[in-house]
Design a protein. Sequence first.
Length: 317
Amino acid sequence: MKGLSMNRVRRIVLLVSCICVVASTCAWAAMPARPQGWVNDFSGILSDNTRAQITGLCDEVKRSTGAEIAVVTVTSLEGMSVEEYAVRLFEQWGIGEKDKDNGVLFLIAPNERKTRIEVGYGLEPVITDGRAGEIIRETALPFFRANDYDQGILQGSRQIAAFITGKDFVPSVQIPETEPQSDEPWPVKVGIMLFFALFITLGFLAIGYALRQKGQGFFLIWGAGFGGIPLAMSFAFSWAMGFPIYILPAWALFVLIIGLRYAKTTIHKALSSGASSSGGRRSYSSSGSSFGSFSGGSSFGGFSGGSSGGGGSSGSW
């Protein structure tokens, strides 16, 4: 029996190992096998002119510093997060020089509206997580939201090159001005706003009741704090998440009017109900230099075997 049990354990371990190997192999197989140059536009969103400009830019960076920039667009992240996909692609292609790990991957997944700048170990002091996030938020995403992938990828690549070469980044075109965007989906935004609305409703009902009934200072103070603070907080959250900022103030005004007219009856009924359930006792409780255009052939001869340091930044639009 003991031998049979051990055999079963070995079979289970072997089966799990095979499943893991197959799953890992499938994930790797789903990724592009080999690069065709510095720029690999698998999703077909770049114009020939933009691709030539970025290729020339990557050639210049390689010649002057040895660093390697890979710009890749993909049709799908194959069920992976953009961070996982970027790390795997970086390692599979070996972006950057092997002994210096001075590679950068600029990954764009337009169908999933995700992007990632993955940085090799050797360039992490130059392109920090903060700088990578700045490139994405302030340069690339405004163009992506305007559906201008050519300029978003070109200007983002130019800023990466500027950091590596020590030059000043000057965008060749004006970056679109966009309203602050939130990465949260609409159901999450609505849920947060409903959470605020609950407190605002209770608070402003109490304020309405206190204003209607003299001598109700407790309800006035309690309502101002219980409803007023969430209302003030909702302004900042609405602005940050792109939610219409006027909805909750309008709701607070409506609830206040309702409180002035009907809260007296409602609250008295609630208090009476509480008194009767507690045996007649009433109780309360409370709680300078820019890059030009490039033309001509590329000097790309394949990446050099660098490794990713796991640093960088991601974004969505």
